[in-house]
Design a protein around this ligand. Structure first.
Ligand code: HEM
Length: 123
């Protein structure tokens, strides 16, 4: 069965000591019950509640045992944002290129129509 996925918006809401989720490497963990068993203290987990704690978790240099413990609190994956966000510069260029092409073709069509009409009138 596919893992349950959560958006960042949803995870963000679980940032209280009595309802505490964290994200580590794209995986979502419910650490509410683990909070007062954490050897690094409750505050360490409270601080990262509802957000990505990958950096914080790695910076401490947690043992293999700690990494194994993660499985116990895993509840699903963070939903990946699939929308492609192009840099502003690319969007700016694309906009002006399309506008230029549109104007150019419109002008070409108008010019062709006028020429054709003129030719028809002469003939
Ligand atoms: C579900 C997630 C986590 C688990 C299962 C976990 C588990 C553990 C364990 C077993 C230890 C004892 C030392 C070791 O074995 O490495 C520990 C220590 C510690 N943890 Fe975590 N931890 C988690 C998340 C975090 C996060 C997100 C932070 C930081 C914000 C953090 C900060 C610390 C600190 C500061 C220590 C004490 C290190 C020391 O005294 O040397 N932990 N943790």
């Amino acid at each position: 069965m596919a893992a349950k996925t959560y958006t960042l918006e949803v995870v963000k809401q679980h940032n209280k000591p009595e309802d505490l989720w964290i994200i580590i490497e794209g995986k979502v963990y419910d650490v509410t019950k683990f909070r007062n068993e954490h050897p690094g203290g409750e505050e360490a987990l409270d601080e990262v509640g509802g957000r990505d704690a990958t950096r914080d978790f790695q910076d401490v240099g947690h043992s293999q045992e700690a990494k194994q413990m993660l499985k116990k609190y895993y509840i699903g994956d963070l939903e990946v944002d699939k929308t492609v966000k192009l840099p502003v510069s690319v969007r700016f260029c694309t906009y002006w290129c399309f506008l230029f092409i549109r104007i150019h073709f419109t002008n070409a069509i108008i010019a062709t129509t006028i020429t054709t009409n003129n030719n028809t009138n002469i003939g």
